[in-house]
Design a protein around this ligand. Sequence first.
Ligand code: ADP
Ligand code: MG
Length: 627
Amino acid sequence: MTKGNINVSVENIFPLIKKFLYSDHEIFLRELISNATDATLKLKHLTNIGESKVEYGNPQIEVKIDKDAKKLHIIDQGLGMTAEEVEKYINQVAFSGAEEFLDKYKDSAKDAGIIGHFGLGFYSAFMVADKVEIITKSHTDAPAAHWTCDGSPEFTLEEADKTERGTEIILHIAEDSTEFLEESRIRELLLKYNKFMPVPIKFGTKTETLPKPEGAKEDDPAPTKEVDNIINNPNPAWTKQPADLEADDYKNFYRELYPMQFEEPLFNIHLNVDYPFNLTGILYFPKMSADLQIQKDKIQLYQNQVFVTDNVEGIVPEFLTMLRGVIDSPDIPLNVSRSYLQADGAVKKISSYITRKVADKLKSLFNNNREDFEAKWNDIKIVIEYGMLSEEKFFEKADAFALYPTVDGKYYTFEELTNAIKAKQTDKDDKMVILYASDKDAQHAYIEAAKEKDYEVLLLDSPIVSHLMQKLETTKEKISFARVDADHIDNLIKKEDSSISKLSEDEKTKLDELLKEVIPSEKFMVQLEAMDSNASPFMITQPEFMRRMKEMQQTGGGMFGMGNMPEMYNLVVNTNSELVGEILNTKTKKKQERLINQSLDLARLSQGLLKGEELTNFIKRSYDMIK
Ligand code: ADP
Ligand code: MG
């Protein structure tokens, strides 16, 4: 029997481990199962290259709770350790055997999938146990070894009689950690961290129903059998080649990742690179809702099939954190601060690779089946618009597939849109005016008026679209966006109809004075326009600039610092309309005022600006008029 001191520089490392190293004590299980997995994969590698003579077989890892004795066992059938190896790898803390193994088998073991250190590794066991035992039998002829340590730097090491190869770790769970003796808690941890680890993990047994024997009666119970309960899927979809997977495999994997999610994903993107960094994964586009915040943190980050975190901030570009799925990369440095992560060169490359891959996939979906892409647009636009705003590279690529739907359900790319409107929708300064509505019902009258003129009207209703329009206006040449009820539409109308006016200059002056007497000047800027006689007599518009700034203030968290802008509207009066002629020709001032007020209220009503007492008065007045 050997006795000795564990070689650590800090006098007593265990209290430290317990208190400071991890806020999450639960990760001890991830560490121990990672070690068991490594031991198994190392043996696989050694048998592959002929350095181990044992039969590899179908090794598993078993996790066993002994509640009465307050023990947790983690048992593997990996390569095991000799007593010398225990001395070296366990007793010399901070000596990572994984690193040494990878170093020794540099060329052949690169792809063996060995996990190695995440953090403290084996010693994290002392976060939950006050005594730990290792009983291990090497795959070589060396006798088995039994190591025991009670949480002080002293350990014992003696021979053991274990005959089958592999390692058993026994944790004597501490008084304050008895939660780890609960089956439900351990199951939860196994499902969280080890659900896709490459070696099968057995946890208890389950009852399996067998087919009924030949000639069994109708109500004979089907025979059952107790079988190993394997908790993980060692071959998750992302570790396979895209060519080997069908559409259904991707859907099934989504179900496996999100068992509580009933909606199917819209499409998936399989990530697969091994140079200049190693990254695999599958990302899914779910149906998006307008609420951006609640959809975050659904992407899971793995390293060699070990779950690390579901906060991928800094690794995945911000706009893609709304996606779901899995990213697996051994090249992402862990246990570093997020700000360090963002500055890391490898991580930057990974992030821009993901962006490019997502853009390419969207483009190919658009090219291969435009109809389907259009049908999904509403559910994905928020991600794409957000991406266009936040990532310049993505903005450039998105030009090929970003869609601009019209109120009639037509979908244009930006290029198609400008081709469609070029001839008819240019203003006085030869700028193209892209008309849009944000709410089909609320802006119905204006949409109809624009359609009457044969203008195209887009339906742009996502919450960040005003920012996107601003960006497009500054990037593209000679275009501007104008909501159907904005003042830009006047420019378009003016351009066409300015020649024909029914009123004389005298009449115009008279009308102008009359209107200014009745209509409050602090709320409305009166504009006389000679428009089509069928167009509305009174129409309220708001300067596009003013309204959009307000919208951006609301969705941009005050990033423009504009303060509160006053409510100011234009009142466009159509001097060619019959009603305006009638107002002018009405004899008494009182009647004229009544007509103007009623018309103004109708214009306000159609903009949704008539509310409260004013609305009540209007309705009362209208009834009086018709009775
Ligand atoms: P790392 O996994 O980064 O090497 P650990 O502290 O987790 O660091 O483990 C230290 C070393 O102990 C391992 O590299 C390995 O050589 C050895 N070891 C730990 N657990 C096992 C095991 N179950 N079977 C064989 N060797 C093990
Ligand atoms: Mg380890």
